[in-house]
Design a protein around this ligand. Structure first.
Ligand SMILES: Cc1cc2nc3c(=O)[nH]c(=O)nc-3n(C[C@H](O)[C@H](O)[C@H](O)COP(=O)(O)OP(=O)(O)OC[C@H]3O[C@@H](n4cnc5c(N)ncnc54)[C@H](O)[C@@H]3O)c2cc1C
Ligand code: FES
Length: 303
């Protein structure tokens, strides 16, 4: 159980997901209420691929009792070139993230992971990442992988994109987090804000619509999306309209992260004509092909 962590801080030999306590290296402000937490977690850094997540829990407290899921922002190497650190980006909204905001270098947190399937490694001409709110968090690692700047995991993943674009929308400019980092990687960043304080005034899905209108070879593009469910469903509908494959990284609430509690079920269908059923997002997801999700059950058509 999460509360019984015993694994060593630097268990660097395992190939199964890590479970134990790790030290905080850095916890820095990125934007309004948004932080980047760096953890000394060599096993997770070695195993994790973009789109996977890990659970975080505060040791020695029962409040909050349950861990929370956080996407891999990036995995970094030490000076000898070995995978060593993992980073996660978080927005302060509730109990866990308020506690995380107080973390200082040297503090311990309990983590388990990497978990979930992650994004597939594909070769495409144009990777279009669509993020709403704090949904940009799985994309720094994904962009680095597709731009050939880092390798992730222990398998032979082969991902490539000639062009990577981020369509990124928040309520207001002060919530935009990580934009400079994306630009430094070579990602073309297009911004929207609900209040018009930066970029396109309006919804991020409008940026996607504009972008996909210019795509002449839809079969060579890939849309990946993370954020509020209504935004993702709308993005999936736009991608379908333009015949571009679309993957959604869902953030269904998760209590265990390892397939035990069923708190994370999402509606899926194996074939277009099959009746929809539930599956556990922490095991079969969090990344799903939009075509295998029952979007009308995820968010009603009017939403
Ligand atoms: C696969 C996956 C990946 C994720 N990746 C990330 C990530 O990279 N970054 C990230 O920030 N989050 C991520 N999340 C979400 C994350 O797991 C947490 O759910 C989130 O950080 C909130 O946790 P919390 O304990 O701070 O908030 P909670 O206390 O659980 O609160 C959750 C929500 O309820 C609201 N709320 C809390 N208390 C009250 C109250 N008393 N009255 C009314 N409303 C209330 C909060 O405002 C908040 O919106 C991910 C989730 C999943 C499933
Ligand atoms: S989070 Fe417990 S089964 Fe998925």
């Amino acid at each position: 159980m999460p509360g019984q962590a015993t694994a060593s801080v630097a268990d660097d030999t395992a190939s199964a997901p890590f479970f134990g306590q790790v030290r905080v290296v850095d916890n820095r402000l990125l934007a309004q209420d948004t932080f980047l937490l760096r953890l000394d977690a060599p096993t997770v850094a070695r195993l994790a691929v973009p789109g996977q997540f890990f659970m975080v829990r505060m040791p020695a407290t029962a409040d909050p009792l349950l861990g929370r899921a956080f996407a891999l922002w990036d995995a970094l190497r030490d000076l000898s070139g070995q995978p060593r650190y993992v980073e996660l980006g978080y927005l302060v909204v509730g109990k866990m993230t308020r506690a995380m905001r107080r973390l200082r270098p040297g503090d311990l947190v309990e983590i388990w992971g990497p978990l979930g399937n992650g994004f597939p490694a594909l070769e495409v001409d144009h990777l279009v990442m669509v993020a709403g709110g704090i949904g940009q968090t799985p994309f720094p690692a994904l962009a680095r992988e597709y731009l050939g700047q880092n390798r992730y995991g222990t398998g032979q993943r082969s991902a490539r994109a000639a062009r990577v674009t981020l369509c990124y929308g928040t309520r207001t400019a002060s919530l935009l987090a990580g934009v400079d980092q994306f630009r430094r990687l070579g990602v073309e960043v297009r911004i929207s804000t609900d209040d018009g304080s930066a970029g396109h005034p309006g919804r991020v899905t409008e940026l996607l619509q504009q972008l996909l209108q210019q795509v002449s070879h839809p079969e060579t593009a890939l849309v990946v999306c993370c954020g509020p469910e209504p935004m993702m469903v709308q993005a999936a509908r736009i991608a379908r309209q333009h015949r571009v494959r679309c993957l959604l990284s869902l953030e269904a609430p998760m209590a265990c992260g390892i397939g035990v509690c069923c708190s994370c079920v999402v509606p899926v269908k194996k074939t277009p004509d099959a009746p929809w059923d539930y599956c556990r997002s922490c095991l079969q997801g969090p990344v799903f092909d939009a075509e295998e999700l029952e979007l009308s059950q995820l968010v009603p058509e009017s939403g």
